[in-house]
Design a protein around this ligand. Sequence first.
Ligand SMILES: Cc1cc2nc3c(=O)[nH]c(=O)nc-3n(C[C@H](O)[C@H](O)[C@H](O)COP(=O)(O)OP(=O)(O)OC[C@H]3O[C@@H](n4cnc5c(N)ncnc54)[C@H](O)[C@@H]3O)c2cc1C
Length: 384
Amino acid sequence: MKPEVIVLGAGSAGLQAARNILERTNLDILVIEEHARIGYPEHCTGLISLNGVKNALRVPLQNLAVNYIHGAYIYSPSGIRLLVARTEPVAVVINRPLYEYMLYKLVADRVKFVLGVKASLANGKVYFRDTTLKPSFIVDARGLQSLTSRRPEARKHVIPALQFDMSARLEEYKYVHVFLGDQFSKGFFAWAVPLDDNRVRIGLASKGNVLLRLKTLANRLEKITNGIIKPTSRLRVLGGAVYTGGLADQVSGTVYYVGDSAGQTKPTTGGGLVYHSYASLYLAEALAKNSQAHYDYSIRRLLGREIKRQLLLRRLLDGMNDKELNELFLVLKRINGEELVSKYGDMDVQTSLLRKLGMELMKREPLFYLRAIPLLFNLLVAQF
Ligand SMILES: Cc1cc2nc3c(=O)[nH]c(=O)nc-3n(C[C@H](O)[C@H](O)[C@H](O)COP(=O)(O)OP(=O)(O)OC[C@H]3O[C@@H](n4cnc5c(N)ncnc54)[C@H](O)[C@@H]3O)c2cc1C
């Protein structure tokens, strides 16, 4: 066995990378995954934009789609609610383990898999069981574990997350619910994502006690959502961690990083599937050209600016206390923010909307706008 490419990790990023390399090159590929079963353990909410599914994930949604989503209710700490809504669905909740299994089946007859085996990596060599291999290319898709072992400073941007799947009575199940404020999360937010009219996935990521916070959310969900969601019992618990710290190194020698391992997630929401599926397309191109520079350049051109802006937004939100968040919601209501976000909001290119909101704020709430300028300036200075 002498593969030319070794992919470490058969999560979404590793499998998309294997698939794209297979489609664009004639290289022999070996994938090594530490868990015995593809798709497990499960940790993700599985919410993806429909644009992202079409252009990046490139998988058919029959069998995979659990629920189609038309928008979101966003709640301030005191319960002021913004509704972002479209008539057509904009996103889908997918069955994440099935998605990974589908990717696996797409490549399994032409890619060799070693499952249930942990691999390590040093000096361009891969070690697993009693084997050492030195392939032409290594794709490191081992997730956050790889990122934090290379860059210990990234740990402060890794936020523990917890989810409950709950049976529930839902009056309406085409909108996700997002909750801001200290009681549910420090450094992130909480969510309730309907799976159908009688199941909901509630979750949060937070610094501090996630279990206690999530139990509080479950207990208060009916009241906060004005009776839209009445949870009845807990079906299962999913654990994990989201990363909000921005892009890391993308290449090093013959090693290409992809997915959470490369920091390819949204600092605002922690979502990674769309970004790393796009990234794996460029990864395959770079391997075909044997050009690390092509990968690094393409990722920074594709994701760099958006991720930097999202980092700024993340810091802005983290810097606001509950009172300031409530005030922001009131201002957004006054300037018809709901309409603007509904019209121009994009789950994957989130910050294109900020300019429009900023202009509207300047026009209609100049005092609030002026107060925000020093805050933005401080954040910019802190970033560079
Ligand atoms: C609670 C939660 C909700 C989320 N919701 C969403 C969402 O709705 N939408 C979205 O887009 N993103 C979401 N994300 C983020 C998304 O799940 C991640 O960005 C994505 O899983 C990253 O994929 P990956 O393949 O890079 O890493 P992983 O999914 O972590 O996969 C890494 C793989 O590498 C394997 N591995 C690790 N070490 C080794 C080793 N030494 N040897 C061999 N194999 C190894 C692991 O077993 C695993 O299979 C969520 C994350 C969390 C925690």
